[in-house]
Design a protein around this ligand. Structure first.
Ligand SMILES: [Cu+2]
Length: 417
């Protein structure tokens, strides 16, 4: 009798253990090399380009850019089965997630998923946040042709918090930033090394320009006081610069799937390749506005192109940036850079005058441009303390470019009231 009780107890214990097991998220995808996607050219015409990528495996598959987003709650086990009916080997590399080597999708460690093979990648979602995945076979080629997507991990209870115990949001938006070199997608024989990648399409969730603005999921919408979560992920090979408008207060809470010890408010944010941020945007003013998304080259951060995330504006149309190459040939913008140079610029917002104080180098000159890059003011300087008369400027946001006598440049955004 006691033996039966003992066995019963073991069975009960096992049942409890199984029922308490962490939930399992299962996804099934195929890797494909025969997709097509539409883009807007510089001249405004629609062009269709071949793409490679991933699609949910459901019999009839339509390949879209980017690949499907994989969602999980913190603590979930995630299984992603990839079948490969295509001609070449592919993998899924889970960028930023804590996976073991067997599930890392790096071909020379864990092998290729060859034609007609399949493999199940397994990992545990240990931290709420934003992650990437991409093919890691001949990466420059396979990734830029379209083989990438997002992994979004919600808090344990799947609540509308940025992370367990973190601040809540009213709505969330996902913005995956990438680029495409249309010549590469059109003619695979033109594909060269990483250094020859010369993108001409600058993408938000695989789209650009009017294709972004026509997608209601891409337009941020909120009333005064609403907290809009922007998940911003850079899966491209270029550096992104987000310029937030004065209609929102942008506060950065997580970086690369980890909670920042000190969230910070900023008017601009640089996002390097592979980086991901969670930004809480509080709506301060319901007027139509937009976040500018710049694409900069990774070597000297020169301006390559721009697209926009409209805010409370369902009829947004593309604004041609007037920025010349040299205009943003400088390291970053915003408050971070001011901290590394001991330079103080005040007041901001300003009415009549901007005061510039440098602790280390003389100012050589300054130039003020509007957010479209049009130069509106310039002046030669020569001291460590300068005053600029801005009384003639119209109210709005401007960039101040400062040239220093150590050869450095500094960009700072300010508001004229
Ligand atoms: Cu691939």
């Amino acid at each position: 009798m006691s033996r039966i009780k003992y066995i019963f107890g073991i069975v009960l214990l096992l049942t409890m253990l199984v029922s308490n097991a962490q939930p399992l998220r299962q996804y099934s995808v195929v890797s494909l090399m025969n997709g097509q996607s539409q883009f807007i050219s510089d001249s405004g015409t629609v062009m269709t380009l071949p793409i490679w990528g991933y699609a949910i495996n459901e019999g009839i598959t339509t390949l879209r850019l980017p690949g499907p987003t994989f969602y999980a709650n913190q603590g979930d086990s995630v299984h992603i089965t990839m079948a490969n009916p295509s001609m070449e080997g592919h993998t899924i590399h889970l960028h930023g997630l804590d996976v073991d080597e067997a599930n890392d999708g790096v071909p020379h460690h864990t092998g290729f998923i060859q034609q007609n093979e399949s493999f199940t990648y397994r990992f545990k979602a240990t931290h709420a946040g934003n992650y990437l995945y991409h093919c890691h076979v001949t990466t420059t080629m396979h990734l830029t042709l379209g083989m990438y997507g997002m992994v979004i991990v919600y808090p344990s209870d799947s609540s509308n918090r940025i992370y367990d115990g973190g601040p809540t949001y009213d709505k969330q938006y996902e913005y995956l930033l990438s680029e495409m070199d249309s010549r590469w997608n059109t003619d695979y024989t033109s594909i060269g090394s990483f250094l020859t990648f010369d993108p001409d399409l600058f993408l938000l969730n695989g789209k650009n320009r009017s294709l972004v603005y026509n997608d209601p999921n891409m337009i941020m919408q909120g009333s005064i006081g609403d907290q809009l979560l922007m998940r911003t992920l850079n899966v491209g090979y270029r550096v992104n610069r987000l310029i937030f408008p004065n209609e929102i207060k942008a506060q950065v809470y997580t970086s690369d799937g980890r909670v920042l010890s000190e969230p910070f408010v900023t008017d601009t944010l640089i996002v390097y390749p592979g980086e991901r941020f969670s930004i809480l945007a509080e709506v301060l003013d319901e007027s139509p506005s937009y976040v500018s998304v710049d694409y900069l080259d990774p070597y000297r951060l020169k301006f390559l192109g721009r697209d926009y995330i409209p805010i409370n504006d369902s009829s947004f149309t593309y604004i041609e940036p007037q920025i010349e190459d040299t205009d943003t040939d400088t390291i970053g913008v915003g408050t971070e850079q001011v901290n590394t140079f001991p330079i103080v610029i005040y007041p901001n917002p300003a009415n009549e005058e901007l005061h510039l104080v440098s602790g280390l180098y003389d100012f050589l000159g300054c130039r003020i441009s509007d957010l479209q890059g049009r130069s509106v003011y310039s002046k030669k300087l020569g001291e460590r303390q300068e005053v600029i008369d801005i009384s003639d400027l119209k109210p709005g946001s401007y960039f101040l470019l400062l040239e220093m006598d150590n050869g450095g440049f500094l960009h700072k955004k300010f508001l004229k009231q």
